[in-house]
Design a protein around this ligand. Structure first.
Ligand SMILES: Nc1ncnc2c1ncn2[C@@H]1O[C@H](COP(=O)(O)OP(=O)(O)O)[C@@H](O)[C@H]1O
Ligand SMILES: [Mg+2]
Length: 254
């Protein structure tokens, strides 16, 4: 089956100035992200994974090269246009949830929906509740982020990330701050969203998290070193997926 390309990086470079010199963090990245995939970006700490995610999602400017979302070159957009596109087309999940601390979980989700202006207030409210329910956190909906566990906060953050039905959800180490039980739950919820058709790009250095994806990109020193595909995640195949992942990572000198 031929998949549509939803995001494309062409010759993307990113460097930071560091005491007089340049630190080349992304070095000529050429990468396509396909619709419906759960793409996982792996690589050791400092490989440039987060920087790549920020470049792909327009959170940060590239030094050179181009990024296209569908047919639109987003690296050309003015800051305001980029912010509007991010708000309506992209969802974000981070290691630290970045929920607004003086808003309840429900308010955190609906405000993101109101800002996007795709739907009526009433419809946003209904969808926010349905999503919090799907994320098994509806009972905590009226609590502040400080009054819930890390796992509950992250599940609310996932609801917030998908409230606007984004073209892509970007997740940067979304389970990095969670215990094992919450990690499993969050990954299962991401898998469920992906089965429903949500395109996801996730950065992780955790093999157990990575096996929830179906396409894998290995980054080292800011370069794409290799790629692998697997069929979509199924819990029954977890052990064999882990073995396949470990063999691939070993071949990448992980
Ligand atoms: N804002 C920044 N300013 C300067 N250097 C940065 C900045 N962000 C990242 N870097 C550098 O880029 C490299 C890759 O960082 P990062 O993308 O966070 O790696 P990863 O997510 O794979 O661990 C590191 O050497 C880091 O120090
Ligand atoms: Mg990182």
């Amino acid at each position: 089956m031929k998949q549509n390309t939803v995001l494309r990086a062409e010759d993307v470079c990113k460097s930071f100035a560091n005491n007089g010199g340049q630190n080349h963090v992304l070095d000529m990245i050429n990468l396509a992200i396909y619709e419906g995939d759960f793409t996982v970006i792996m690589g050791s700490s400092g490989a440039g994974k987060s920087t790549l995610l920020y470049a792909l999602s327009g959170m940060d400017r590239v030094t050179s090269g181009r990024v296209y979302y569908k047919q639109k070159e987003i690296t050309r957009l003015k800051e305001k246009e980029m912010a509007a596109l991010r708000a309506s087309e992209f969802g974000f999940i981070f290691q630290q949830m970045h929920l607004v601390s003086n808003l309840t979980l429900m308010e955190n989700v609906v405000v993101t929906g109101y800002l996007c202006k795709k739907e009526s207030t009433r419809s946003v409210n209904q969808q926010a509740f349905a999503l919090l329910k799907q994320m098994h956190v509806e009972e905590a909906k009226d609590r502040l982020p400080s009054q819930v566990s890390g796992g509950e906060a992250q599940r609310a953050a996932i609801a917030r990330a998908v409230i606007n039905r984004p073209g892509i959800v970007f997740a940067d180490e979304p389970t990095g701050a969670l215990n094992r039980h919450n990690t499993e739950e969050v990954l299962n919820l991401l898998s469920e969203l992906n089965r429903e058709g949500q395109s996801i790009v996730m950065v992780t250095h955790d093999t157990r998290a990575a096996i929830h994806g179906n396409r894998f990109v290995y980054l080292e020193d800011g370069r794409v070193m290799g790629e692998m595909q697997m069929p979509p995640y199924r819990k029954e195949e977890e052990k064999s997926r882990e073995r396949q992942m470990e063999a691939w990572l070993a071949s990448m000198a992980w």
